[in-house]
Ligand binder design. Structure first.
Ligand code: AMP
Length: 666
């Protein structure tokens, strides 16, 4: 057995490969169209189960793979099956049996994804509950691969609507689940009704006796591949997991990062190269100092990222397993397993990047309900329970922001000379007839505008009632038109109208633009990039803080589009240059003469139309509908972590042992 196999706990009669050769899919001798598809989806290296199974299945051998969801087992059988297909023959050549329709669909989708560059390839999922008529029609078109649940496959075999005479490979996926769900007789029946000379692969997370018996009876001299879990101690690391439930993983991640107490720097693990870039960009857009680390980057670039993480100019690195191998940065206080690792070995390796140099480390694992077995395996391997955690509530995040905010005020009070500012406040009090507390509240409001202390969805905290201030005169406030009206003295700063009565954030804090000047801008996404007008409206409205109703005519061309907007100030242009639609920066600029001209007469800019607030207006024009569909900026909470003067605010409070950051003008 090779060192690689031993390292990954693989046992059985497995062909020996050197570690170098298993570092790439190309070394596994997969055909070029598959390699291209793998590059498209961003897989960097084969997972251990893939490295072990692909050569066996390519060689036409039978196989028993002890592997659960999350190990990459689908690609482990799908890739060699695809490599062995004869696309010219429009008959089922491979059958995959799965316990559930969800898994059948998922596996069929995986085939489709890997066969992206195999024109003419056809896979068909068949499962109970789906219309027979549709299935019969689809079967008659001659799919190359069938993925189905045992009952429905049996039905079709009995009706003779499915002919498996030319079947060369049969895969039993999640065999122990099929046993548990009572399908094992059907499975045996199907095995009896397929050609004897077929290749058979059986994947199962566990090997109960009935499955073992099936393997003995129907498989021919199978090779065995097992991911063994070596036990390891990871004492200095506090391990927790969060069960991914419906909620968006990115939203969960940002909330956790905001509330984690001991946070200093995080290493976040994802599975693909594409995901490293994608997630790092999304975190950057939310104000975190984040960068990707993956095998596609040159050695020089990778070293730069690691140096920046060490020096503190980066707080988050999003990496693949391979790229993070051997990383030793004592600042890493958290390892986040955003995607589950393939095996316990790689989990242990990942979390070993934290808790270094005698510090305590934190590991958080995101685990989907289907991947709970992996969690159990990790607990067994590390001989430690992993504690569940709840998603921090919006309220908890808000509370944390308030705490940090208060601390910053105290820091300024303790460290800065504020004489000039006291004088400004004193003058304001006497000249404008307002109380210090009102001024303070207004300043707090201004300071937190970009990153709200009290984001949408968070209730107003219950502050103790302020003591009465009979000496203070009622204050005056300005109406939208600018004239002064008396507001009842009762209206204390603690008394805000209930959230439901307040207008949405966009309406409360719109940027103001000179709406009388319409400028046609060019953006670098168009039809070929799949951009939709509603996405463009959404991105410009949300990122540029431009009310939807101010966004006028949008013309889509093949590789660019034009948008009519009010004249934008440089700082908004700057933001919109970097704003992305379909992953591409808009690179907005004023359109040249003729750019954006289309034959049909340009529609009137919408701000020339009836001036009614977007939310109240009857939505008649398509643009109104698009505005309506756009993602509200506030839904992104927590969009940005609070209160840093730097361009890219640091998301978290510094760990307790660090001195507070000195100057933080707002
Ligand atoms: P599975 O265990 O087959 O359910 O796969 C779990 C997840 O891992 C799927 O989302 C796959 O797309 C992903 N995956 C499988 N193989 C690889 C690989 N070699 N590199 C990165 N991601 C992978």
């Amino acid at each position: 057995m090779s060192a690689f196999m031993a390292n990954h706990g693989l046992s059985g009669n497995i062909m020996t490969q050197s570690i170098e050769s298993i570092e790439s899919f190309a070394a596994l001798q997969l055909p070029a169209p598959l390699l291209t598809a793998l590059a498209d989806v961003g897989y960097e290296t084969p997972s251990p189960i893939q490295a072990a199974c692909i050569p066996i299945l390519l060689a036409g051998r039978d196989l028993i793979g002890e592997a659960q969801t999350g190990t990459g087992k689908t690609a482990a059988f799908a890739l060699p099956l695809l490599a062995r297909l004869d696309l010219a023959k429009k008959v089922p050549q491979a059958l995959v049996l799965t316990p559930t329709r969800e898994l059948a669909i998922q596996v069929a989708e995986a085939f489709q994804k890997y066969a992206h560059h195999m024109p003419g390839f056809h896979v068909l999922p068949v499962y109970g509950g789906q219309s027979m008529v549709i299935q019969l029609r689809a079967l008659s078109r001659g799919p190359h691969v069938i993925v189905g649940t045992p009952g429905r496959v049996m039905d079709h075999l009995e009706r003779k609507s499915l002919n498996l005479n030319r079947l060369s490979t049969l895969v039993l996926d999640e065999a122990d689940e099929m046993l548990r769900m009572g399908f094992i007789d059907d499975v045996e029946w199907i095995l009896e009704h397929t050609p004897k000379e077929r290749q058979t692969a059986l994947f199962s997370a566990t090997m109960p006796d009935p499955i073992r018996r099936i393997a003995q009876r129907y498989l021919r001299e199978p090779e065995q591949v097992k991911i063994r879990s070596a036990t390891t101690t990871v004492a200095a690391i506090k391990q927790r997991y969060w069960q991914v439930r419906g909620a968006d993983k990115l939203e969960a991640l940002t909330r956790m990062l905001e509330v984690e107490e001991e946070f200093e720097a995080a290493l976040i693990f994802v599975r693909t190269k594409t995901a490293t870039v994608d997630l790092a960009e999304k975190l950057e857009a939310r104000g975190y100092e984040a960068a990707a680390l993956n095998g596609d980057m040159t050695q020089g670039l990778r070293e730069q990222v690691i140096e920046r993480l060490k020096s503190g100019s980066l707080d988050i690195v999003v990496a693949t397993d391979v790229a993070a191998r051997g990383l030793d940065v004592p600042r890493i206080s958290h390892v986040i397993n955003y995607d589950v690792p393939y095996d316990t070995e790689s989990y242990v390796h990942r979390i070993g990047r934290t808790g270094r140099a005698g510090r305590t480390g934190n590991a958080i694992l995101f685990v989907a309900p289907r991947e709970m077995r992996m969690l159990k395996a990790i607990e067994r391997a590390t001989r430690q329970p992993i504690e569940p955690i709840q998603l921090p509530t919006r309220g908890a995040v808000a509370e944390r922001r308030v705490t940090q905010f208060k601390q910053q005020i105290l820091d300024v009070l303790g460290e800065e000379n504020l004489d000039f500012f006291y004088e400004v406040v004193r003058r304001m009090e006497s000249e404008e007839n307002v109380a210090t507390r009102q001024i303070a509240a207004a300043l707090a409001f201004l300071a937190q505008r970009e990153r709200p202390l009290q984001p949408d969805g968070v209730d107003v905290p219950e502050y103790p009632a302020a003591p009465p201030r009979p000496e203070r005169p009622a204050f005056a406030e300005r109406t939208e038109r600018g004239d002064r009206t008396e507001r009842p003295a009762k209206a204390e700063w603690t008394e805000r109208p209930p959230r439901a009565e307040r207008p949405p954030r966009e309406a409360r804090e719109p940027r103001t633009f000179a709406a009388d000047q319409v400028v046609r801008y060019r953006i670098e996404v168009g039809r070929n990039q799949g951009a939709l007008p509603k996405e463009i409206v959404g991105a410009i409205a949300n990122e540029g803080g431009i009310e939807g109703k101010l966004i006028g005519q949008i013309n889509l061309f093949d590789d660019y589009s034009t948008v009519e907007l009010p004249s934008l100030p440089p700082e908004v242009l700057d933001i919109l240059k970097r704003t992305r639609v379909r992953q591409l920066p808009l690179k907005i600029r004023v359109a040249e003469v003729g750019e954006g001209d289309v034959r049909r007469p340009p529609a009137k800019p919408r701000w020339d139309k009836e001036r009614v607030p977007a939310r109240e207006s009857p939505r008649k024009s398509p643009w109104e509908t698009q505005t309506q569909e756009r993602r509200p900026a506030s839904a992104e909470f927590p969009s940005k972590p609070p209160y840093r003067s730097e361009k890219k605010p640091k998301p978290f409070g510094k760990p307790a042992d660090k001195p507070p950051v000195k100057k933080r003008p707002y």
